[in-house]
Design a protein around this ligand. Structure first.
Ligand code: GDP
Length: 678
């Protein structure tokens, strides 16, 4: 059934790994009737983890969009749930999901609180203006401390958490929650929701907390403040909910609920909160194209939609997961794809429920569907009405930092086909051919990312792949300022070639990339040849030294010469490419090494071993923090190259109790001088 746009919720669940995102998702699907038996993550049967590789690893890798229905106050809502991975190697998945979501549920562990990845995804959500509610999960665990968690949210996430419930007990005494608006006591004996009236003691707690909640919201919301001033006791629940909704949608507060997903407790009120507080596509507002066109979330506007994920299916071909922003997408429609302007006919539309698909005839503003029949399509393309072009901003892609030599064990054709498909599906993968060895290299954003990709090639595409050891993608930069001249000349009868370029190369700031300026006049070198030099500098930087691209340099064109008849753009472009590489080679070039920011959670007993090991890995410890009950969090910066196989080592050192997360650090370590043979 299609619900009105105001009762549509496109949400993601975001969390640090292990906070309970998969368990919460399972419970949501269970409580909304999408699945009858709840899968257990550690048994590898979780519903949204439908890829074999994910099941083996017990982590959620690929986001799966699932629609479910929820009824609140007699009205049906559709909640489109996009499950997003918690591991840093899959941040592009989170990034893609955030682009098409209107709201999110941040799941935090009541014991561990705000963790490294919580902060990362929180910042990503800030960047995309995604409104959030928080769920403090694992309330049943010994040491659960929701007050401390909310303190960390304020301090480390810089948000304003507002509890909409009072929790009844914590740790093994956690029994349920008291709803501050509505005044119901909710409990889950055997995982089944029961409601009762509060006891006199609970009533007292309720009155005090409700009063505090209303006062707090009134400070931030003018309409509520007005009612509140007219009489504290007469402010009705619906008025408070309206204020809470306005403030949440505007990102000014984060409503907080409490749960023990493992015990099936706390999920129904979370769904109520999603329906009440998180934005609908209408609240999310209009969307703007890169050229300034605006589309409102209305059926009367021309069609626009963003393909945010492509999955290549053995039977149905490419399924383009699309969020419709405006207009209506119908089976049989002709639509235009923004990248190459191709017009294609929509063969089919499907709603997705993790494993199962349900064909639909059309999808309106705010809806998420999988489209078939588009042929070759890449994620982050815009679909639009052929008469009303619009291109939405592309989804940011992380650059690959780890490379692996791969080759087919037996069937080269099947291997090539599988590689083609997996590269289409996952835009954070890259491939290139090693110039020296002719070997195919597969690039990814981390070791785990590549491991998972190899696993998918094996399990889903049924190809056996031989893989080498992972290698880090280094970059090079200039060691000192150098001026370098290169002249290209071929004048042996027939059409000649001539170009002369002088470049000055200077070391730049970390992260700036390659910056080019021309310091010559049009008399020295006509504008079009200067433009060709700029393009050539880009080519040269990409080509780099021994396959390692050039980065963080300032390049100036300081001199040149051309020949009336024999010079062409092409000559200048290739001359400049080679001139750049030679200039950097002559500058005592340095290697830039990718660094990771690491958060290791380990036991006090193993701390010495863990730190000793980090320093062996050329790591620098930045700080340590004692958490409850002999748990220590170590922050460090470590070169990516030293982190291969770290998960296993840490398990060994900590007796299986340690865990870590890693995040790309902006900083790169400048290494020793490197040489090439060019
Ligand atoms: P994810 O990595 O965020 O998807 O987390 P999972 O859902 O896989 O949960 C991680 C672990 O925590 C699993 O072993 C779960 O059984 C456990 N877990 C999840 N929710 C709860 C909870 O509410 N209480 C307790 N005690 N454990 C939980």
């Amino acid at each position: 059934m299609r619900v009105p746009i105001t009762r549509l919720r496109n949400i993601g669940i975001m969390a640090h790994i292990d906070a309970g995102k998969t368990t919460v998702t399972e419970q949501v699907l269970h409580k909304t009737g999408r699945i009858r038996v709840v899968g257990l993550v550690h048994e590898g049967t979780a519903h949204t983890d439908h890829l074999p590789e994910e099941q083996r690893r017990g982590i959620t890798i690929q986001s799966a969009a699932t629609s479910c229905a929820w009824t609140l106050d007699g009205q049906e809502y559709t909640v489109n749930l996009i499950d997003t991975p918690g591991h840093v190697d899959f941040t592009i998945e989170v990034e893609r999901a955030l682009r098409v979501l209107d709201g999110a549920v941040a799941v935090l562990c009541a014991v561990a609180g705000v963790e490294a990845q919580t902060e990362t995804v929180w910042r990503q959500a800030d960047r995309h203006g995604v409104a959030r509610v928080a769920l403090i999960n694992k309330m049943d665990r010994p040491g659960a401390d929701p007050v401390a968690v909310m303190g960390q949210m304020r301090e480390r996430l810089g948000c304003d958490p507002v509890p909409v419930q009072a929790w009844l007990g914590a740790g093994d005494r956690f029994t349920g929650v008291l709803e501050l608006l509505g005044g119901r006591v909710l409990e889950w004996p055997e995982g089944v929701l029961t409601e009762r009236e509060p006891t006199p003691e609970e009533r007292e707690l309720l009155d005090a907390r409700r009063e505090a909640l209303v006062e707090r919201l009134a400070e931030l919301d003018e309409p509520l403040m007005e009612s509140w001033l007219q009489g504290h006791d007469s402010v009705g629940d619906s008025e408070v909910w309206s204020a809470l909704r306005r403030l949440t949608v505007a990102g000014r507060i984060v409503p907080v609920a409490f749960a023990s997903a493992l015990k099936g407790a706390g999920v129904e009120p979370l769904l109520d909160l999603v329906a009440r507080a998180l934005p609908s596509p209408l609240d999310a507002g209009s969307i703007e194209g890169v050229d300034g066109q605006v589309r409102a979330p209305s059926e009367d506007e021309p069609l626009s939609g963003l393909v945010f994920k492509v999955v290549v299916d053995r039977y149905a071909g490419a399924l383009a997961w699309t969020r419709v922003y405006s207009g209506t997408l119908r089976v049989g429609d002709r639509v235009t794809l923004s990248d190459d302007g191709r017009r294609v006919k929509v063969r089919g539309l499907m709603k997705m429920d993790a494993g199962a698909r349900e064909p639909v005839a059309e999808a309106g503003p705010g809806e998420i569907v999988a489209v078939t029949g588009l042929g070759r399509v890449v994620s982050s393309e815009t679909l639009h009405d052929p008469e009303a072009p619009i291109a939405l901003a592309a989804i940011e892609r992380p650059e690959p930092v780890v490379w692996l030599g791969v080759s087919p064990e037996s069937d080269p054709e099947r291997f090539a086909d599988a590689m083609g498909r997996i590269l289409t599906e996952d835009p954070s993968l890259a491939h290139r051919v090693d110039e020296e060895t002719g070997q195919t290299l597969l690039g990814g954003v981390g070791e785990l990312h590549l491991e998972v990709t190899l696993g998918r090639l094996r399990d889903e595409f049924e190809v056996d792949v031989l893989a080498g050891a992972p290698q880090v993608a280094y970059r090079v930069t200039a060691g000192r300022e150098v001026e370098h001249n290169l002249r290209f000349k071929r004048q042996n009868g027939g059409p000649g070639a001539f170009a002369d370029v002088t470049l000055r190369v200077t070391p730049g700031r970390p992260g700036q990339g390659v910056r080019f300026v021309s310091e010559v006049t049009g008399q020295v070198l006509p504008r079009e040849f200067q433009a060709a030099v700029a393009a050539g500098v880009e080519d040269g930087a990409e080509r780099g030294i021994l396959g390692e691209p050039i980065e963080d340099v300032d390049v100036a064109l300081v001199g040149g010469a051309f020949h009336e008849n024999d010079s062409s753009d092409r000559d200048f472009r290739s001359c400049a490419a080679k001139a750049l590489v030679e200039a950097v080679e002559a500058s005592a070039p340095r290697r830039l090494e990718p660094m990771m920011r690491l958060e290791v959670v380990t036991t006090e007993e193993s701390l010495g071993l863990v730190i000793g090991d980090l320093s062996k890995r050329r790591g620098r410890v930045l700080g340590m923090e004692h958490r409850d009950r002999a748990v220590v969090v170590v922050n460090a910066r470590v070169p990516l190259a030293e982190l291969f196989g770290y998960a296993g080592t840490l398990r060994g050192l900590s007796g299986g109790r340690g865990s870590y997360t890693a995040e790309r650090s902006e900083e790169r370590r400048v290494g020793k001088e490197c040489r090439s043979r060019w």
